[in-house]
Design a binder for this molecule. Structure first.
Ligand code: NOJ
Length: 750
């Protein structure tokens, strides 16, 4: 009876009904509600707490309206009990929203986002995010802190794992796909989650790849490299944003009015929620930006951080700040309105509770199938002498070696909070299933990826001798990447490289399969192995997917979402660099320099004595069991106006023996600019699946925005001049075709 009464009250004042509310209805409800709230109720909506069960302290806080959102509560019974306190027992009946870091799956774990980016297939990213939302919302989580769209060019940074790699365009495309997947077509449907584009902004540029570190970024580069994926997420309707831990040019994001208000709200028109990162308002004190938590609270409000996640700054100090006139109560209203708007958009006023009859929808067969396909499409074949695929008919014994062959927990990767490792199928289990248990000899050789002991080597080498082929599963444990898990040494940890050398000396072909949370410096290992596969931590279905790929049941189509360095000292490394005035040529490497060689700079160029120039594997690179050819790109015109568009077409043909998928990549170069432009910039891509002998024409359109760049803050223009365009299999190959851009005749006439 009580419930019916409350629903009736809510329906009357909020226009709630069976259909999703219009934005106009939402605005009117939000304004009405804000007008009826006390100062403490307003502060409560801006306060986010981490859950700790249905305990009196939390229940009381909810009942008094002292908290508006809760993260990390995943028990649907507890979610419903707390929600009941909010909806039935608080004065204004405002529902809570429950949040969680659902980063690459909830129970069914998909590849880490960097792996998803390696698929170059946004549809897969969308599908995975949709499944994650369906699973997580089934326990009441309606807000995920994902996608992370921080461009990352330094693999030392452990959080490279959580994003979509080094490229602005690829990151934007994948981020948008994730937003669409989480939020679905109708955010108010109970099986969606609000997405959160994070970490605003430039967190991926943390100096020297050390987490939380400072960033110093010229304004034009901020706009050109780091902000576009966030703009794309905002345009795609991302319901929330999270600000970042780092300072940018001296101003921590949580107190950064220019970023959070001028750019995000005023220029981009974002009307969603801005949540702080965990404790990031408080952290403005050690940053040296705030004297104390009280000042930090005021700075957070002034910057436009709507929700304080776990700094206790707003709940401790806002009342006093308002009473003393340092913050106007009216200035809180728009922030409160943002939070309420999110709750209306999520349909929480109409549908606050988890439906326990359909709760905990995990591991549907179709979800596991999608997770397997995601790994298949994201694993990258880096080299292959021809030993892969290992056909059943070719071998009678496979030696499976290495610390990641049967590492259910570690194959899931970072941010797998809700992992049930028993649901992970390891490569060992899948290979036994595929080839038959008797055909697989398993000797780990090393107990874990950091193991430095050589005591298991002899047994591993013995196994190698007794087999036709060795498949070595190595890489990094999950905990070696992710937040605050950065490394300076990008080589394989522990004694893995030494073990590989020993295995190779057994005289059998060695297939190296790496699972990791970042690109690694594996020049020696890739040279030693007869084939190299790189699989960013793949999640639940890593094993079946890798078994399908290794056996040839599936074909590789993953492509590098980051450049792979030859040596750690090359980082940050990325393909769309500037050419320099002395681009690398005639390289004399360290061992070729004569003793007491004359010291001159004349004729010297830009490269390293020990690593030369360029990556080990370039951005966009990856092999397949088939081969592809590209026709010369055809342009719709050889000359366009500065406001014109250009179509670029190219025919891709499968020239091999088996079906395969190729990622045709569109790059441009603006040869001479009033500011120097990169040697290549990705502007489009398309993944096409072709049967042997089949051809497909791919067509891209280059619009003015694709050719333009920032010449001053807020001023993006296309400059007339010569451009090159490539449609190529990666960022280092292909033949450019030139076209000219001329000043628009109308502009000239002015
Ligand atoms: C800190 C991380 O930086 C952020 O990405 C995450 O969403 C929050 N903690 C909440 O767990």
């Amino acid at each position: 009876m009580k419930k019916l009464f409350i629903t009736a009250v809510l329906s009357a004042c909020c226009g709630a009904g069976a259909l999703a509310m219009t934005e106009a209805q939402i605005d009117s409800c939000v304004n009405d509600l804000v007008g009826r709230m006390t100062l403490d109720e307003k502060i409560g909506q801006l306060n986010q707490r981490s859950g700790f069960g249905y305990v009196p302290e939390m229940a009381g806080l909810v009942r008094t309206g002292g908290v508006g959102s809760i993260l990390n509560e995943t028990d649907p019974e507890v979610v419903n009990k707390l929600q009941r306190e909010a909806v039935e027992n608080s004065r204004l009946h405002i529902p809570l929203v429950f949040a969680r870091d659902v980063i690459h799956g909830f129970k069914t774990i998909f590849p880490i986002p960097l792996g998803q980016a390696a698929s170059w297939n946004p549809a897969l990213v969308e599908e995975g995010s949709r499944i994650a939302a369906d699973e997580a919302s089934s326990v009441g989580i309606r807000w995920t802190f994902s996608p992370m769209v921080d461009v990352a060019r330094d693999p030392r940074w452990g959080r490279m794992a959580e994003g979509y790699g080094e490229d602005t365009y690829l990151t934007a495309v994948m981020g948008v796909a994730a937003v669409k997947g989480y939020q679905g077509d109708d955010l108010s449907a109970p099986n969606t989650m609000a997405a959160c584009a994070k970490h605003f902004a430039a967190y991926g540029a943390s100096e020297s790849g050390r987490d939380y570190n400072t960033t110093w970024i010229p304004e034009l580069q901020l706009h050109e490299t780091y902000l576009p994926p966030f703009k794309a997420a905002a345009d795609a309707g991302a319901a929330t944003f999270m600000c970042s831990f780092n300072d940018i040019n001296g101003v921590p994001s949580s107190g950064n009015k220019v970023l959070l208000r001028d750019i995000l709200r005023d220029s981009w028109g974002f009307d969603g929620v801005m949540v702080s990162d965990w404790g990031s308002i408080d952290q403005m004190i050690p940053h040296g930006f705030s004297h104390d938590l009280r000042e930090a609270a005021r700075q957070g409000i002034e910057a436009g951080v709507d929700i304080d996640m776990e700094s206790y700054a707003y709940c401790s100090h806002l009342r006093d700040l308002v009473e003393k006139g340092e913050v106007k109560e009216a200035d809180l209203d728009p922030l409160v309105a943002n939070v309420l708007r999110l709750k209306y958009r999520l349909g929480l006023f109409e549908n606050p509770y988890v439906d326990m009859t359909t709760a905990s929808r995990f591991y549907a067969p179709a979800s596991l199938d999608a997770a397997r396909r995601a790994v298949e499409e994201s694993a990258i074949l880096l080299s292959n002498s021809g030993i892969l695929p290992i056909k059943n008919s070719k071998v009678s014994k496979i030696a499976v070696i290495g610390p990641m062959a049967d590492a259910a927990y570690d194959q899931a990767g970072t941010w797998s909070f809700d992992l049930e490792k028993d649901r992970c199928v390891t490569p060992l289990a899948a290979l036994r299933e595929m080839y038959g248990k008797e055909s697989v000899i398993y000797v780990p050789g090393l107990e874990h990826s950091r193991d430095n002991s050589t005591k298991g080597f002899a047994a591993a080498v013995e196994a190698a001798r007794n087999a036709d082929v060795v498949v070595y599963f190595g890489g990094e444990e999950a905990v070696l990447s992710g937040e605050a898990h950065c490394r300076v040494d990008l080589s394989l940890p522990g004694a893995q490289s030494a073990l590989l050398d020993e295995l190779k000396s057994a005289g059998k072909p060695v297939v190296l399969v790496i699972q990791a949370g970042r690109s690694l410096a594996i020049a020696h290992e890739a040279e030693t192995a007869d084939a190299t596969v790189f699989c960013f931590h793949g999640g639940t279905m890593t094993g079946p997917a890798l078994a399908n790929l290794i056996s040839g049941k599936a074909n590789f189509s993953g492509r590098c979402p980051v450049s792979f360095p030859r040596m750690s000292g090359q980082v940050p490394i990325y393909y769309n660099r500037k050419n320099t005035g002395r681009p690398a040529q005639d390289m004399t490497l360290i061992n070729d320099i004569p003793l007491e060689a004359g010291q001159t700079s004349t004729g010297c160029t830009s490269y390293y004595l020990d690593a030369g120039d360029g990556p080990l594997f370039p951005f966009g690179y990856g092999l397949s069991y088939t081969t592809f050819s590209y026709s010369e790109p055809k342009l719709s015109a050889s000359q366009i106006d500065t406001d014109g568009s250009l179509n670029v077409s190219c025919t891709v043909t499968n020239t091999g023996e088996v079906e395969g998928s190729e990622v045709a990549q569109l790059y441009i170069r603006d040869h001479v600019g009033s500011l120097v432009r990169p040697v290549r910039e990705l502007r489009g891509f398309e993944k096409v699946t072709l049967k042997p002998g089949e051809s497909r024409e791919v067509t891209f359109t280059l619009n003015p925005d694709d050719l333009a760049f920032f010449i001053a803050p807020g001023r993006k223009i296309v400059e007339p001049g010569e451009f090159s365009v490539w449609v190529s299999p990666n960022s280092a190959e292909g033949n450019p075709v030139k076209f000219n851009v001329v000043e628009n005749s109308l502009t000239l006439a002015k």
